[in-house]
Design a protein around this ligand. Structure first.
Ligand code: SF4
Ligand code: SF4
Length: 458
């Protein structure tokens, strides 16, 4: 008993020392403070009781064991900034840039601290007040100009396809030239998915048999152009289960990448356009198959709360949004499942398990396939390092997390890895390849689609 009190006391003293150290280090430089447009809520900040339950699941704390790179440390940094005891300076910003926004801390927190709202507000403040370097600005502009525009991604398809199919890619990779490139450029190359043929997505896919629902399909940006087979599989499965599927061509990017990176204005414009497009489609539900997009559209009510023209519409839209696994869990299976004799490791995407609270549904979906054996990946709460544009802007930390995840997958001897987010898919593919493993990584819905079609997999 005496020992445990001593341990707790020593832990508390260590924590206090760390927090005081943060304060001293942060207060030594100065530029800006929070403005009045939605600063991080002090009410939410004050809910944090510094218990540290969130630390073991925080990927950056796991990597570096640094209080300032833990949820508790970051919340403390927000607190001292909101009290005027610290300013938005490069060192302060670096601890938020290193956060993956994975929301594992929210799942772990017994006090219900809504870290998601805090980090979103903090990042928007950073982008308004922190002068990024010219190189950072250029890199971010490039990422948003390309990855939020399906039309531009489409233009990239042909040169990328030529690069891959001509053998130039394997030559470049074998030559070691990638190690000479700036890390962020190298990261982009290694994350490039193997491109297949484009799969046309009809605007209307009729339901098979008696119609049970009319659903809209959010196509995503990267998903639409680089993983068209996932959208095609989603539409086929929904149709087979009696859903009429509407996939409006004019739907824009949903704004997920931008909001998660603090680019509030651009993200809200995309949110308004997305709502308008799906209002026209007149659907019972909006289906998402990219967890990052899904968690973003479910937050539209909060994001557009100040806009008198959109606040109610955003809430109504968000209430209709569901991950594909949630939609299928609500529909008693009607289509015949054919056996798939595979051992499948399932990877929980953070934006599905933590941000949307969807864990059991994808597992149920896989369990409904006869012959499929599900293998659980240890440390499932911890991010694979993908996290939106994180693996493009913080490649070193992202690679360390990717390697850690791959090392946990490899001993499972799985025939395939399944996940519910294109970002995780890319990250796991490249992490396994870095360790010389070629285990196919697929979207969960592709396995169900293969089962319904009686197709061989992979
Ligand atoms: S969002 Fe993820 S990386 Fe950021 S503090 Fe929470 S657990 Fe850590
Ligand atoms: S678990 Fe919650 S209350 Fe405890 S330190 Fe983390 S954020 Fe704060």
């Amino acid at each position: 008993m005496t020992d445990s009190i001593a341990t707790i006391a020593s832990g508390a003293a260590h924590r206090l020392r760390s927090l005081l150290e943060i304060k001293t280090r942060i207060m030594t430089s100065s530029t800006h403070a929070f403005d009045e447009h939605h600063p991080p809520s002090t009410e939410i900040i004050d809910k944090c009781v510094h218990c540290g339950f969130c630390l073991p699941v925080c990927p950056t704390y796991v990597l570096w064991n640094e209080e300032m790179d833990s949820p508790r440390g970051r919340i403390y940094l927000m607190k001292i900034a909101s009290e005027g005891a610290a300013t938005i300076n490069p060192q302060w910003v670096s601890h938020f840039d290193s956060c993956l926004g994975c929301m594992a801390c929210m799942t772990a927190c017994p006090s219900g601290v809504d870290y998601g709202k805090l980090i979103e507000a903090t990042r928007a403040q950073i982008e308004r007040h922190h002068p990024r370097t010219f190189a950072e600005k250029l890199h971010r502009r490039f990422l948003f100009a390309v990855f939020t525009r399906p039309d531009r991604l489409r233009l990239l398809r042909w040169p990328l396809l030529a690069y891959q199919k001509s053998g130039l890619q394997s030559l470049v990779r074998k030559s070691g030239i990638l190690h000479l490139l700036p890390k962020k450029l190298g990261a982009m190359e290694t994350l490039m998915p193997p491109l297949g043929p484009a799969e046309p997505m009809p605007e209307l896919t009729p339901a098979q048999g008696e119609k049970r629902k009319r659903v809209g399909l959010l196509l995503g940006c990267v998903q639409r152009e680089f993983f068209p087979q996932v959208n095609a599989a989603t539409a086929r499965v929904l149709a087979a289960e009696g859903c009429e599927v509407v996939a409006p061509k004019e739907q824009p990017c949903c704004g997920a990448l931008m909001i998660h990176a603090g680019e509030e204005e651009g993200a809200l414009a995309l949110a308004r356009k997305t709502i308008e497009v799906f209002e026209q489609a007149n659907v019972d539900a909006v289906v998402t198959n990219a967890a990052g997009c899904g968690s973003n559209v479910k937050e539209y009510g909060h994001l557009l709360r100040d806009d008198p023209n959109y606040a109610d519409r955003a809430k109504a839209f968000a209430a209709k949004c569901k991950d594909i696994s949630e939609v299928l869990a609500e529909l008693p299976p009607r289509a015949t499942r054919n056996p798939l004799r595979l051992r499948v490791a399932f990877h929980d995407s953070c934006h599905l398990q933590h941000a949307q609270g969807v864990r059991s549904q994808p597992r149920e979906l896989l369990a409904s396939i006869p012959g499929l054996e599900l293998a659980e990946i240890p440390e499932s709460a911890i991010c694979c390092g993908s996290a939106g544009i994180y693996n493009l802007v913080q490649p070193k930390a992202a690679n360390a997390l990717g390697d850690r995840k791959a090392q946990l997958i490899i001993p499972l001897s799985a025939d395939a890895v399944a996940t519910g987010n294109p970002g995780c898919l890319l990250q796991l593919q490249s992490s396994l390849a870095r360790l010389n493993f070629k285990t196919p990584v697929v979207h969960t819905i592709q396995l169900l689609d293969a089962s319904l079609r009686g197709a061989k997999f992979p």
